[in-house]
Design a protein around this ligand. Structure first.
Ligand code: FES
Ligand SMILES: [Fe+2]
Length: 446
């Protein structure tokens, strides 16, 4: 390596160094597979930010629970008898055994398999075997499960935050909140999960997937070319190239990003008749305007893909199934498991009151394109794995990646957008990726 490259790498080993490199349009490979970076993220980012836990339809009744993660801490998310959703560290207060070993279910209480301590749905310690005989002064009230400091939901998405001093979920989501309505308000009954999430582990860093969903339209015509060739999308990959009819615009608001496509106003995108009329009565007027008038060029808009920092992503795509356009909605969580290792949790969501037949077709559209058997997903995973593998190379790890797409083109935000946020006229720019990485570096530096 040249001296310059070596000097660059030494400086980039600090968060300040990474930030400086980023301002120069680069990011060092090592951040995508590094034990120190992973530890820092666990403490400074996942230990303090609002992290997605569940969709509320996974917990419809008291006693319903799912086990999820915040950082690499296992967390029980449970609905109490009072209807409130709470979250607790999944660790017995006695000697620390993992309390709940199921992934989801309905429980009257949680009983530890080691010595049998029992906690109710609200996390209170209610049972200690032989308690009176063997303990003096054991205060059950002091030994309830340790709660996740804050739990809240927005548009049916439930989040938790380990930091009691963190701002509210609403403040955290900020101006991105109205954009969520684009996918949540198409039914008076709201969304529901079409079954439990698919889960799989990939040898890739969570940031790679996140950045891809934040703003990598560039890979679509190349990586996913074959999916277009077999007709899954109903149009050519050429249409997604710069200037093509399927390239849209990009919105940044609050802690979120949304890649939006143009939609002909009469295009129902394969949803059951009347779905968008329902949406127009459910969503706030400025959101309806955003949907129907888009950037003001005669077409409406469509929420193709979004991401909420740090690790929740979503896609809402129409694909071709048996010659028909069928839309699906997925949300996915990129759960960091270790340096360069991510567990993916991927849900398919449907409008709760949609006809059963539509729900099934939508789920089929999802599994054909995303999830571990989906064609798009398999293309993506293979790419992402290679990046984390490269990021570990003794020499490659300190070399910089190139994040300068769109620089020098004087890309200006579109004015007159009805909802707070910055609208970029193209998705062929690294502005979103850089924003994500700046945000990430900022959390790590505080
Ligand atoms: S560790 Fe849970 S009851 Fe002992
Ligand atoms: Fe992709």
């Amino acid at each position: 390596m040249s001296d310059t490259a070596t000097e660059t790498s030494a400086a980039a080993r600090t968060v300040e160094g990474i930030s400086a490199l980023l301002e120069d349009g680069h990011v060092p490979n090592f951040i995508y597979n590094d034990a120190d970076v992973f530890e820092l993220e666990q403490r400074k980012l996942f230990g303090r930010a609002w992290v997605f836990l569940a969709h509320h339809s996974e917990l419809p009744e008291p006693g319903d629970f799912v086990v999820r993660y915040i950082a690499n801490d296992s967390v029980i998310v449970a609905r109490g008898n009072d209807g409130e959703i709470r979250a607790f560290l999944n660790s017995c207060r006695h000697r620390g055994a993992k309390l709940c070993n199921a992934e989801m279910g309905r429980a009257r209480a949680f009983t530890c398999i080691y010595h049998g301590w029992t906690y109710d749905r609200a996390g209170n310690l209610t049972g200690v075997p032989f308690g009176r005989q063997i303990y003096q002064g054991l205060d059950k009230a002091e030994l309830g499960l340790l709660p996740v400091a804050q739990v809240d939901e927005i548009e049916g998405f439930v989040f938790g935050c380990l930091d009691p001093a963190a701002p509210s979920l609403r403040d955290y989501v900020g101006d991105f909140a109205p954009y969520l309505q684009l996918v949540t308000r198409r039914s008076a009954a709201g969304l529901e999960v079409a079954g439990p999430p698919q889960r799989w582990v990939v040898g890739s860093d969570w940031k790679i997937s996140a950045e891809n969903f934040v703003g990598d339209a560039y890979h679509t015509p190349y990586s996913h070319h074959s999916t277009y060739e077999i007709g899954l999308m109903g149009y050519s990959s050429r249409d997604t190239m710069p200037g093509g009819p399927k390239t849209g615009f990009h919105v940044q608001a609050g802690n979120g990003d949304m890649a939006m496509a143009r939609r002909a106003r009469e295009n129902e995108m394969g949803y059951p008749e009347g779905t968008f009329d329902t949406f127009r009565t459910q969503a706030s007027p400025e959101v309806v305007r955003m949907f129907d008038e888009g950037v003001g060029d005669g077409s409406g808009s469509w929420p193709t893909r979004w991401h909420l920092f740090p690790n929740l992503s979503s896609l809402n795509l129409p694909v071709m199934i048996d010659g028909e356009i069928v839309p699906f909605l997925t949300i996915r969580l990129w759960q960091p498991k270790g340096p360069g290792v991510t567990e993916v949790l991927s849900w398919c969501l449907v409008e709760a009151d949609a006809p059963e037949e539509f729900k099934q077709r939508s789920r089929r559209a999802y599994t054909a394109s995303f999830g571990p058997s989906g064609m798009f997903e398999q293309d993506d995973m293979e790419n992402w794995r290679t990046i984390s593998r490269s990021a570990k190379g003794a020499h490659t790890r300190d070399t910089p990646q190139y994040v300068r797409m769109g620089e020098g083109q004087e890309i200006r935000p579109i004015a007159g957008w009805p909802v707070p946020g910055t609208v970029w006229p193209t998705q062929y720019t690294d502005i979103p990726a850089k924003t994500f990485l700046r945000r990430w570096a900022s959390w790590l530096s505080q």
